[in-house]
Design a binder for this molecule. Structure first.
Ligand code: AMP
Length: 496
């Protein structure tokens, strides 16, 4: 998962891109970067591994001069996680193009071969973002215009849509020309645009999440349509065009469950409200299945489940308590590379308030269960401090399949619900009762915010993928994500 932002302004944008990246930090903590272009068309860039605050020091910011630019926070989903994968990525021909990508291409390998064997382009990494950058660059170069116009840019986006499969929300900076934004034909990953009045012209922001618009004084215009492209030239003139046929908005439903900030609206749906409705639906399910339940207290597993848990408690008329205090200064446990470290870090990350559990029947609420590491460990901790019965509710349905569209899910064989019934998962995590949201309920909770959306990307729950898949892609992805194979790869690296 990644976060992207682009700003076009009358004055220097680096400070505002920095602030935006801080607000998008939850979407990726592995690496951060930005590229800005100044009035003499010079590109100024900085990217490195780590949190935004670590990547940009004062001395870097002073050199990032330019009134339009793009930024990126990275959470590795494809390729490796070294410095060479940090974004924006750059290609010098034509014009000098930098790219910030959120999503994942499913035909990157095939495109990489075409680029190398037929289009004389050499790729430095196995990053799908570098592939997309080169496809776009190639399509723009093919038009052989010394000075590209909006028309040329839209034509290149059109060709890019035809060639690329998967999920991509893109911001590209073309040196000396402006910023281009586009979204894949299903609109899987979010992207929206906002405007602010400058002294002489309108200033624009385009970003993965709109929560940051208000903070920076922008007003949201709208979400970018699937297949649409926007070009803001260096003087702030905006052009837009639909660059694909057969588009349909199918946003990733997991953005609402887990990824996005609660203060964002994605495709017009408030993430906060959707999470409240997830809590209500869970409460309804509990009342239907077990009207005489004996739940004494509802306790969220912080942070992304707190909204749903609170509404669930209100609807059940059961007290809501905080039972865990989160140490905000350690990264998300999920990104710890291997299982043993993950288990240890749950305890380091969440401290337990024992009195809230002692002799009580507790309902723990989390947004989702992935590997089951967190839920298992937490139930163990809760039992240790004297809870009576421990029930567990997940605001998302059982996750059984790999994610191909930019969410870092483990291999299918490592997903606790894959190949297990709900009762088997309950036994595995040692819960007295496990309640999963049903998929229909989840879809209803999100759709209520924008009934015009007919379909969501829900493949981690169903195994049904909405984009074409090349042969063996799923098998290769499974192997690339399996912990045991990752360990072997790491070991062989050290052997040299
Ligand atoms: P697990 O311990 O693997 O079951 O992880 C479940 C926890 O990870 C939940 O509390 C979620 O909030 C969180 N989570 C879900 N999906 C992801 C993801 N793709 N990356 C990081 N954390 C996640």
């Amino acid at each position: 998962m990644c976060g992207i932002v682009g700003i076009s302004s009358e004055t220097n944008v680096a400070g505002e891109i920095y602030d935006s990246l801080l607000m998008l930090q939850h979407r990726g903590q592995d690496a951060a970067g930005m590229s800005v272009c100044d009035k003499s068309d010079k590109l100024n860039s900085r990217k490195s591994m780590g949190y935004v605050r670590d990547v940009f020091a004062q001395r870097h910011m002073e050199k990032l001069i330019g009134n339009y630019g793009i930024g990126h926070v990275r959470y590795p989903t494809a390729g490796g996680n070294g410095k060479e994968f940090a974004q924006p990525m750059y290609v010098n021909s034509p014009y000098g193009i930098s790219i910030a990508h959120n999503g994942n291409l499913t035909n990157a390998k095939q495109l990489g071969n075409e680029l190398f064997h037929a289009e004389m382009r050499h790729l430095q990494t196995d990053s799908d973002s570098e592939v997309l950058l080169n496809v776009f660059a190639h399509e723009l170069a093919k038009q052989r215009e010394i000075y590209p116009t909006a028309k040329n840019i839209f034509k290149a986006v059109r060709k890019t849509h035809i060639r690329c499969d998967g999920a991509y929300a893109i911001l590209a900076l073309i040196n000396g020309y402006g910023i281009v934004a586009f979204r894949d034909v299903n609109g899987i990953r979010p992207l929206s645009i906002g405007v602010r009045k400058g002294k002489k012209r309108d200033e624009y922001i385009i970003a993965s999440e709109d929560a940051l618009f208000v903070t920076l004084g922008f007003e949201k215009i709208r979400d970018i349509d699937p297949g649409e492209a926007i070009f803001i030239d260096k003087d702030g003139n905006l052009f837009s065009e639909q660059c694909a046929q057969d588009t349909q908005k199918r946003p990733c439903i997991f953005e609402y469950v887990y990824f996005s900030r609660p203060d964002s609206k994605i495709d017009e749906i408030s993430v906060y409200k959707a999470r409240m409705r997830m809590g209500s639906k869970l409460a309804k399910q509990i009342k239907e299945i077990n009207p005489n339940h004996d739940i004494d207290v509802v306790i969220p597993i912080p942070d992304s489940s707190t909204t749903a848990a609170h509404q669930l408690a209100v609807d059940l008329k059961v007290p809501y308590r905080e039972g865990f205090v989160k140490n905000r200064y350690i990264g998300r446990t999920f990104i710890m590379p291997f299982q043993e470290e993950r288990k240890k870090s749950v305890r380091r990350k969440l401290n337990i308030l024992d009195l809230e559990f002692k002799n009580k029947n507790v309902l723990l609420v989390d947004d989702s269960i992935v590997r089951g590491t967190t839920s298992k460990k937490i139930i163990e901790m809760v039992r240790e401090v004297g809870a009576n019965k421990v029930y567990f509710a997940s605001a998302a349905p059982a996750i059984k399949f790999q994610n191909l569209y930019g969410i870092d899910m483990p291999a299918m064989s490592e997903l606790i619900a894959s190949g297990r019934t709900n009762d088997e998962v309950a036994t595995e995590i040692n819960a007295d009762w496990l309640i999963y949201q049903t998929l229909d309920d989840l879809i209803d909770t999100v759709k209520e915010g924008n009934p015009d959306i007919k379909e969501f990307e829900t493949s981690i729950f169903t195994g049904k993928y909405i984009t074409p898949l090349v042969e063996n892609y799923l098998v290769e992805l499974e192997n690339s994500r399996r912990d045991e194979l990752k360990i072997q790869r790491e070991k062989s690296k050290f052997k040299g």
